[in-house]
Design a protein around this ligand. Structure first.
Ligand SMILES: O=C(O)c1ccc[n+]([C@@H]2O[C@H](COP(=O)([O-])O)[C@@H](O)[C@H]2O)c1
Ligand SMILES: Cc1cc2nc[nH]c2cc1C
Length: 338
């Protein structure tokens, strides 16, 4: 089966038809959780995420055996405006590093038993500078959404999406500003480490981007097309495909969350199969997670991207499911309940 959409309207239709969590499996998991050998609630949020996972997998006693990590990479025309502490060549250089196994996400994927792949998206053709007009044409954003959709292994039982793209905290800030409004400065952060004048420049560029692309205020997918980027759209497409295949997703940092937020604004509930792996040190990430009503599992001051925070959270989710599916009940263990 190929990608089931060839334009943004068909993609919108798919989002509108997403199915909900399996409440019978979830109810079964709630019942099992109540019988396990521990005081009620003693495993805290591990209990909640195990039940959530059971619901999406349609199994009250699930296993997590095949996590997939996909890193999308893209280049950004808006880098010409001096909005990153690093030059755009770093994107392709880091892709080589991912392919040779030398990046942080390679180590974390290995540590948590995930299969990792990298998907470079037209790195030789940066998006157009969004502060002057649309970053992508409809065909370009569809190509990136499709690459994301197709990269998901339907047999995976968990998905983490990450990214690499010099300049993409500016694109993510512009997407978040388009989706949620407020002031541009509330969505802009230091990314790879710009100084105060860089931060002011980023804010101005984000404001210019929304002014130059008025359709971004009307429609979430237009925001992705006009001020996003290829790797953002790749993540959006992959998160949508995961929902289609009923694969739970752990969200990573600011850029990943902005890419995901496009789906939630386009179709309420479209991120019910996602949990927030961590809160990044990028200034606007907590605000964005609040908009999505997602409480992060970890807060470790990471600001790397690549899927690193989400990959760490695979360990937490694995722990939750191991306890939920492996523990004895009070009856089985002959332990008196309270
Ligand atoms: O994940 C995050 O929250 C995050 C926060 C700051 C920076 N990054 C990474 O840094 C790059 C973007 O930073 P910048 O300054 O070039 O916009 C990109 O490759 C991201 O993976 C990622
Ligand atoms: C070196 C480097 C590695 C990264 N990984 C994700 N974003 C990154 C940005 C830089 C600059």
């Amino acid at each position: 089966m190929g990608t089931p959409f060839s334009n943004l309207n068909e993609f919108r239709d798919i989002l509108a038809q997403f199915s909900a969590i399996d409440t019978a499996a979830m109810d079964g998991a709630v019942a099992r959780n109540a019988m396990l050998t521990k005081p009620g609630g003693a495993l805290g949020r591990l209990e909640e995420i195990a039940i959530w996972y059971a619901g999406w997998r349609g199994n009250p006693r699930p296993a997590l055996e095949k996590p997939q990590v996909i890193v999308f990479a893209g280049n950004h025309g808006v880098c010409a405006k001096g909005i990153s502490a690093f030059p755009p060549e770093v994107t392709v250089q880091m892709v080589a590093n991912f392919e040779h196994g030398g990046a942080a996400i390679n180590q974390l994927s290995k540590a948590f038993g995930a299969e990792m792949s990298v998907v470079p998206l037209d790195l030789d053709t940066p998006t157009a500078d969004f502060s002057e007009g649309p970053a992508m044409t409809e065909d370009e954003v569809i190509a990136a959404l499709s690459a994301g959709w197709d990269a998901v292994n339907p047999d995976a039982d968990l998905l983490v999406v990450g990214e690499m793209g010099i300049g993409n905290t500016t694109a993510a800030a512009a997407v978040a500003y388009a989706l949620y409004g407020g002031e541009a400065e509330e969505w802009v952060g230091r990314g790879t480490g710009v100084d105060n004048s860089g931060l002011k420049r980023k804010t101005r560029v984000v404001e210019m981007g929304i002014r130059a692309n008025p359709s971004t205020k009307e429609d979430a997918l237009e925001a992705l097309r006009c001020v996003g980027g290829r790797e953002l759209a790749g993540m959006t497409g992959a998160i949508a495909a995961a929902r289609y295949h009923r694969i739970p997703v752990i969200l990573d940092g600011f850029i990943c969350t902005a890419s995901a937020a496009v789906l939630e604004v386009a179709a309420e509930g479209a991120l019910d199969h996602c949990i927030a792996g961590h809160v990044s040190a990028e200034a606007a990430h907590p605000r964005l997670l609040k908009k999505l009503n997602k409480e992060p599992l970890l807060a470790l001051c990471l600001r790397l991207g690549e899927g690193s925070g989400a990959a760490l959270a695979i360990g937490v989710l694995k722990g939750a499911i191991a306890c939920h599916s492996g523990m004895a009940t009070f009856d089985e263990a002959g332990v008196s309940d309270g």
